[in-house]
Design a binder for this molecule. Structure first.
Ligand code: GRF
Length: 211
């Protein structure tokens, strides 16, 4: 049984537009901490201005990934989250960290997974000439950008798209599906079925959004 309202910790590294979309969606959650690994991240400034409890943990001050992730995990646990949301958190997480939060760790990735895991997804989509691109919310597992898929949104790719134009089109969809996925989690509607996630009380097509 989940604690209500759901206690959520958000991790970010940069701009924070997904955090903003989550905040503005007025979800039945309590954002108990926003933690950034880059002290100057605009997303942290936004969180602070919005009155959210905000913490900067500078990864460059730690000897290695394992040491930093252990400290980060302790900081997260202090806030007793039911869900940890990666919102533009641009560091690979160590296996020990993922194990500690598996099942309550969500990520958004700017491609239709399993296509284009990793970085520079929009450049790669254009280079491949795909006609449909998009974004994916998924549970985080030990394999990078490969966990059980919660929701996806697709967008058309146009012949004259640049990576920046395509990124903006995808980002608008990220801002729709991430709050939606978090709402489903908060409502306890995400049912794990092997490596897949089904939505309780709805048809599968509800987790596919297209424009
Ligand atoms: C988004 O494109 C997200 O999919 C990716 O990093 C970007 C973060 O953007 N993981 P923002 O910081 O939420 O604006």
């Amino acid at each position: 049984m989940l604690t209500r309202p759901l206690r959520v910790v958000v991790l970010l590294s940069g701009r924070g537009s997904n955090l903003r979309a989550i905040v503005e969606a007025a979800l039945p959650i309590e954002i108990v901490a926003v933690i950034g690994n880059r002290p100057q991240a605009p997303g942290l400034a936004y969180a602070r201005e919005s009155g959210l409890p905000t913490f900067a943990l500078d990864h460059t001050a730690y000897a290695d990934r394992v040491a930093f992730d252990a400290r980060l995990a302790d900081e997260i646990e202090r806030h007793r989250p039911g869900l940890v949301v990666l919102a533009g958190y641009m560091r690979i997480l160590s296996p020990a960290f993922i194990e500690r939060f598996e099942g309550r760790l969500l990520n958004i990735h700017p491609s239709l997974l399993p296509a284009f895991p990793g970085l520079k997804t929009h450049e790669r989509a254009l280079a491949e000439g795909v006609k449909i691109h998009g974004c994916t919310v998924h549970f985080v597992t030990a394999t990078l950008d490969h966990g059980p898929i919660v929701a996806q949104a697709a967008v058309p790719v146009r012949a004259d798209d640049t990576p920046a134009v395509l990124a903006d089109r995808v980002l608008a969809q990220e801002h729709r599906i991430y709050p939606q996925a978090i709402r489903w989690f908060a409502e306890d509607r995400l049912v794990h079925d092997g490596g897949k996630v089904n939505l309780a009380g709805g048809s599968g097509s509800q987790s596919v959004l297209t424009v």
